[in-house]
Structures are given as C-alpha cells and as structure tokens.
Design a protein around this ligand. Structure first.
Ligand code: F6P
Length: 535
C-alpha cells in the first residue's frame, strides 16, 4: 500500500494542508462537499483535515487494496478469516428470510431465522409470564452471564434501548471473574424469579464458566437443592452443544449460532437473547432491519458516497499519516454510555494486529485505540487535552435530533454543545482574537486554541432499535475497511490466547496446599509467593 502513488501523494499533502480555518474560508460550499447521508445517518466529515484531492487519494487506496472484491467476498461467505478457516457472515444474521447465503454449500438463512423464531417464542413466553420458574413464579430477573462479545454487545444494547425495554423486569449482566460482579448482580434477587442466560460462543471461557457454576450453586442453594430447577432457570447461548449439555443445561434450552459469527460481531445473533427479552421480538427485528439497511448501503454504494468506507479511510488517514494513536467516540446521548466500551472490542480486537494476511510484518501502524464517554460529561473531564494538548485526537460525535426524554430545554442545550465542540476543535481561537478580548498578555498564550483538530459528526433522527443497528453496522464496516487497507485479518484474536494459557498454569500455583515449584521469571515468582502469603 505504501508504494501506491496515492499513498505518496497523501504523504506530501499531509505536510502542506492548510488550516481548517483557511479551508472553510476558501470554499463556502465545503460543508456540502464533505457530507453524506444514507440509511438514516447524516455524516458530516467536513471538519476533517482534508481536501477533495485527499479524499480522492484515499478512495484510490481503497480501490488499490481491492476493497470492492473483499466486500463481495465477505458478503458471499468466502472463508476470509484465513487463520481460522472461517467465513465471516455476521451480515447473514440480519439478512431477510428471502435471502440465500451459502456456507460450504448450505444456505444459512433458514437456520438464522429458525433460531430467531425460537428466540421470539421463548421471549414471548417469558415476557407474558407463561414461562415459570421451578416454584411456579414468573421470571422477573434476567441475568446474562458472558464476557467480551458475549457481554459487551448485550450490555450496550440493553442500555441503548432501555427506553423500549420491559420496565417491570430487572436485567443484569455478569462478566468479570471477580466474584464481586456476581455477588453485586444477584444480592437483591430472588432465585425463584431469576433466569440466567449463559452466553458463550465456545462455552469454555474461564470467566463465564466460573460465573455459571456459581450461579447454579446460588440458585440451588436458594431453591432447596433440587437440581431439576436448573431447567427452568438456565438457558444457554452457544455454538457448542456438547459443552452446554456437559454443563447440565438441556440443549432444548439452548439457542445456537455458528462459527462464522465472531464474538464481537454477535450481538445480533442469539447472543442478543437478553436484548430480545428486554425489548421484545418486534423491536429486535427492527434492530436487525437497521443493521441490514447499513449493510446494504456498504455493500452497494459507490465508495465516494459510502459512509463506512469514508469513515474507515479517514481513520487510516489519521492513523498512518498523522501518527494519531487514538480516536475518541463521543455519543451525545446518555443511553449510549456503553457504546465506547462496546466499540473498544469491535475495533481493537479486530484491528490490533501486526501481521499481514501474507504472514509478513505490517509496514504501517494499524488499529488505533478507541475510547470515549458520553457528552457532555467528557467536556468537563478530558476534553481539555483534546482542545489544547499536544496530541491529535480525531473525534466522532454521535447525536440525535430528538431526545427520547424531551424535557424542557435539555435537548437544545445538549445539541448546542455538539456543534460548539466541533466548531471549537476546528477553528480554535487565535492569539489575536484572545488579545482583542483584552486578555492580559501573560494569560493570552494559555487561552489560545490552536484549532485544526478533526472531528466527524454522525447525526440521526432519534435512537431507535433500527438506528442502533445502523450505527453498529456502520462501525463494523468501517473497521472492515480499515482492516482491508492494512491487509490484516480483522476476524481473529490470537493476541488474547497467551495470557489465558499462562493463567491456567498459574491457577494451581495459587491454589496448591504445598509450596509450588515456581519456574517463572523472578518478578512473577515473587508476586505469586507474596500473594500466597497475603491471601
Ligand atoms: O478472549 C477473547 C474472546 O475470545 C472474545 O473474542 C470473545 O468475545 C470472548 O472471549 C468471549 O468468548 P466466548 O463467547 O466464547 O465465551
């Protein structure tokens, strides 16, 4: 990629780009040139450090990287996850019933809809009170046990769509192997009214299996020890039927998915069972329809009007040409408070790679660090650094025209902050402006805002299940675009394995009655010895 003429041209542009103040002053039509709209999302990227030539060059890079054919390969079900020999078909999870997508010659769409129908039937039975607990009480509490993709999507979606959720029920999420997570999530719950959803693609994950066992003990202790109670209080979501039954959950109470769904791409599979229980099957289908709408836009729109493609290319632009190490995601909607955490796994587990698909070291930086908090809270915390610090931090502002809780002036005040922040970041405040305000000379340099700090604004009508689906698909496809440009596999996660293996070795060393024969480095050995003494 770095030898492409477009890459060279971008490198020289980066040196000579005018300040955003000058770019806007020189072209009164700049905003319209760098705004696009599709699938209910309005995308303003005009406050980015770019010219028409920059965009053209970035689009050239996408062509040179074969993005079009790679998109087709993904949607077709080719095994593009080459290190695990798997198709990558989260898009099939939201394909309409009439679609046909084949993996190894088998159409997966009927299976997807069969699971969705079973989930809907189960959700309706729980929500209506027809599904009863072991003692005949209706289920009032739903606890999802999972971690990573089996937790972050469900938590984020539950929080994001709380407005649409069944407020008569309590939803909790347990992920951490720290016992505090389970204890706090269940301390005020009545076992006879509690349903656990054990969510794990592999059904082998240490944290989830440990929490699931603790949940079973907690339930049985609360219900008099009758193990037949498990059938009414535990369901599983997994690709691994064997392990589910070995754990003691009847596979009749299991909702499956497939190896072609990556954990971080699974919130719209059966992993979304807690979401469906919260918002109901109809809203869940709206969520899937929103995903599909953005998928189709990404699959079919020309690159120059393709929202996720442009967004992904801009991420590459800052990452590789400006050395920007992070991206801030700033949702101006309290319901999206877990969205940055969700995006961290999606982006960083996908593109935190340093080996190309060919097995060679990458020759550019890859996945940036994603982080963020909802606005306006972040403004009173870390925005100082974004405005006046020494680092370039591209920002994504996400906002909605309508609040789900319209209260007096709140929404206008909220939105005024979105617009003000992007304006301040782009245009800043010069020394001359500061001095003209009569600021004392000694203070003036402290009050200068350099400006020229890039941001995107994503604006939608309001946060609905469909909008959330569109937004998540938008980021999934942006991540895909970035991965294609870097020629990496965005769908494996070997980097999480080593720590897991080492922990397995250390567990018996912490638990053994006798002093273990430690063979680690001196630091790890002494930490283990110190912990054994302290515990
Ligand atoms: O450790 C990382 C990971 O494998 C993620 O990719 C995944 O989402 C998470 O663990 C949970 O895995 P599982 O759903 O198999 O329990």
């Amino acid at each position: 990629m770095t030898t492409q003429p477009a890459w060279q041209s971008l490198q020289s542009q980066r040196e000579s780009l005018p300040h955003l103040r000058d770019l806007f002053a020189a072209d009164p039509a700049r905003a319209e040139k760098f705004q696009r709209e599709a699938a209910g999302l309005f995308f303003d990227f005009s406050k980015n450090l770019l010219t028409a030539e920059t965009l053209a060059n970035l689009l050239d890079l996408a062509e040179a990287a074969g993005l079009r054919s790679k998109i087709d390969a993904m949607f077709r079900g080719d095994k593009i996850n080459i290190t695990e020999n798997r198709a990558v078909l989260h898009t099939a999870l939201r394909a309409p019933r009439t679609a046909s997508i084949k993996v190894d010659g088998v159409d997966v769409v009927p299976e997807v809809h069969a699971v969705l129908d079973r989930m809907a039937d189960f959700s309706n039975r729980v929500r209506s009170g027809e599904w009863k607990g072991h003692t005949g009480k209706i289920i009032r509490n739903i606890v999802n046990i999972g971690i990573g993709g089996s937790d972050l999507g469900p938590v984020m979606a539950y929080e994001a769509l709380r407005h649409y959720s069944d407020r008569t029920r309590i939803f909790r999420f347990v992920s951490n192997v720290d016992g505090t997570d389970f204890a706090e999530a269940t301390r005020d719950l009545d076992p006879s009214e509690t349903l656990f959803i054990v969510s794990s693609k592999t059904f082998t994950t240490l944290e989830t299996m440990t929490n699931a066992s603790t949940a079973r003990e907690w339930l049985l202790a609360g219900l008099g020890g009758d193990s037949s109670a498990v059938a009414k209080h535990f369901v599983a979501v997994s690709t691994n039927a064997e392990k589910v039954s070995a754990f003691g959950i009847d596979t009749a109470n299991m909702f499956g998915f497939w190896d072609w769904v990556g954990g971080r791409y699974s919130m719209d599979s059966a992993i979304g069972l807690s979401t469906m229980l919260a918002i109901g099957p109809d809203h869940f289908r709206d969520l899937l329809a929103g995903f599909h709408e953005m998928d189709e836009h990404f699959r079919t729109a020309p690159f120059e009007s393709n929202l996720p493609v442009i967004h992904g290319l801009l991420a590459v632009w800052y990452n590789d040409f400006f050395g920007a190490q992070t991206v801030a995601v700033l949702p101006y909607d309290q319901y999206l408070k877990r969205f940055p955490a969700y995006l961290q796994q999606l982006t960083m587990e996908s593109n935190g790679k340093s080996t190309t698909l060919a097995g060679t070291p990458v020759d550019t930086d890859t996945g940036p660090i994603y982080w963020g908090e909802p606005g306006t809270n972040g403004q009173h915390s870390f925005y100082q650094l974004i405005h006046q610090g020494t680092r370039l931090i591209p920002c994504d502002f996400i906002a909605f025209a309508h609040s789900l809780n319209p209260l007096g002036r709140h929404q206008d005040l909220l939105m005024s902050n979105v617009f003000a922040q992007t304006e301040a970041l782009a245009f800043g405040k010069t020394l001359a402006q500061v001095e003209a305000e009569g600021t004392p000379a000694a203070l003036a340099p402290h009050r200068v805002f350099e400006g020229n700090r890039p941001s995107n604004v994503l604006l939608a009508d309001k946060l609905t299940p469909a909008t959330l689906g569109r937004l998540v698909s938008f980021y999934e496809m942006s991540v895909f675009t970035q991965g294609v440009l870097w020629n990496i596999n965005s769908f494996d996660q070997w980097g999480v394995e080593l720590g897991k293996v080492l922990a397995q070795r250390i567990i018996p060393e912490l638990e053994s009655a006798g002093e273990p024969d430690l063979k680690h480095d001196s630091s790890t050995n002494s930490l283990i010895r110190r912990y054994r003494k302290m515990k």
